[in-house]
Structure formats: structure tokens, C-alpha cells
Design a protein. Sequence first.
Length: 366
Amino acid sequence: MAEKPQKTVLVAMSGGVDSSVAAWLLKQEGYNLIGVTMKTWGFDDIPEKDSGCCSLETIYSARNVANQLGFPHYTMDFTGRFNDVVISNFIEEYLKGHTPNPCVLCNKEIKWGALLEKAVELGADYIATGHYAQLGRSDVNSRYFVSRSADLSKDQSYALWQVSQYALGKTLFPLGGYQKTRIREIAKELGMKSADIPDSQEICFVPNDDYRQLIQIRMPELKHAIEGGDIIYQNKKIGQHKGYINYTIGQRRGLEVALGKPVYVSKIDADNNVIYVDDETGIYNKEFVCGEINLQKYGKIESPTSAIVKIRYKDKGSPAIIQQLNDKEIKVIFEEPKKAITPGQSAVFYDGDDLIGGGIIQKITN
């Protein structure tokens, strides 16, 4: 009986501990591996970082792991597409008064877009990453879906809701069933230098973790155009802001208004350059509509459905009813009011640990 041909996996390698151990686990399973480190930024106008995503240090780290495990490693330059899609969208969303999540778009367009295209060109059967997430497939409709990681403290399923059915069908998540502590132990046992590299918490292309600096670099004329707009509380002007892009829904610090009590940003009117603030009770809402939806576990939400909904990455999620309005929009109704629902952020819907899908928060309706 002829042996099955060995499957080939393109492994996205950041140089960190997660993707390094993911490669080793796949090697143990008998896959042929191709290691790729993506260069997604490096622009003359944005200061380079000495370490972190896309630095020479991370490229060398990834290459060393590939050499140690015995498979080829390449660096691929996606800076043009990353700039045109991810960075441009990031700035555009802030100009609308929204608060975007660029990692979600990067996953869809770069890792499971440009990189997957390269994987197919190279003849790879799958791509794999060091994400803490698991992959499932429905027995009912054969649809693929992301599920939460076994290590809930590191779960990254929230940022994967935009990944398509085609892309999920070509994906492996080797770390999904592991605890992060065990992954570091494996790396130490293998003598990997990445074992003690700390987790990155910042957006890779934002200098000094300050998005305002990025926008100032790309649009130096904007600051003078938008600073000095009104801050409104209960229909009265109570101050002037420093430019609406500097604020986000729920923000309390940095408002520089004296009311004798704390107030919070409740609305950003980019068209009129106005910031609205309210008491804390005024930033709790129950209903909103999200657009640009992508569904994973189900092809369509046929009727109002119970789900756990997360409205930001670190949100633990809250019970809600989700109702599909059309092919592009879903309405979310929380059981209890939720604090600081923020346009531009992702709303992600779960059925237990399984990802139903998600959308971009567009407007608050109650």
C-alpha cells in the first residue's frame, strides 16, 4: 500500500516563542515545513524599532529556529500591501472618529490573504501560525470555525473572526490545545533562544505605542485643522479639545474639564469636530448595529439567536441576542447595558467556545 504523500505547511514565523514551538510541533507530526517571516512595515517616515515585529532581530531569531529544526526559511516583503490596506484603514477609521483594531484586518488581508496566496504558489497544503486558537468543523453544514484556545488567558480567537471559509480550510493552529506556560517549557527544553522573549503587547507599526504620533507623521496638517473643537456636556460647551482623534469612547483622563465630578467621552462627531461627554451612566448602552459581518459557524443567522458577545479584545463577553438584518449587518441586543460600546471596534459572537462570526461596530441604537 502506497504511503500518503507528505503534506507541506508554510509556518508564519515571527521569531517569538509561539511560532517557534508551533514549527517544532508540526515537525514532530511529520509535516514538510517552509518557514516565512513577513516584513509588513519599514517606512522612511515611521521610526523603525530595534526589536519586535519585523526587526532584523526577529528575522534572525526565526531563521535560527528553522536552521535548528532543518527546514528552509524566507523573508517576504508585504510592506506595500500592509500600508495600502492596514495602515491606511487604521488612519481612515480614526479620521471618522472610530477606534479600529488593525490586528483583525491584518489577519484577514495579510496573514490569511497575501501570505496564504504565497503559500499556494509554493505548493503548500496549509499555513500555520502561533495563534492561541483552535479550529473546528461543523458536522451539520461542514463549515469551518475558530474556537477558543485551551489557555483562555491567551486566547486570540477574537482577532480571527474575519478569516474566510477558504482560508480556515487551509489553516493549522498547533498551539490551540496548549497552555502558554507549557509552550515556554518546550522552548527551554529545546534550547530555543526565543523561550524567554516577552509577549508583544503593542501595535507593530505604531511608533512608541502612540497612534497619535503615527497620524501626525502621515498627516502633519491635521493637528491644526482639528484642535480647539468643542467639548459638550448636556448641550453646553464646557471646554475645547486637542483634536477629536485623540479621544475614544469611555475615555476619562486627559479631558481637562472642571465639573467637580468625572465625565467620560460618550460620542465623537468627526464631521463637526465635537466631543460629547457624559456621566458614567451615559456611556452604558444595550443595542448596536455592526456591519462588514463575516460568519463562520453558520452561513446565516436565520432568527434571533442567543450568543456571548465581546466588544473589545480583553472583554470577557456578555450575553446578548444577535439578529441578522441583511447580508452586511447584524443587530446586537445585550441582556444588560454594556459600558463604552465603541464604533470601529470588532463585535465577536460566540456559541460557547465556538466563534459564530463578527462585525465592525457601526452605530449605537439604544
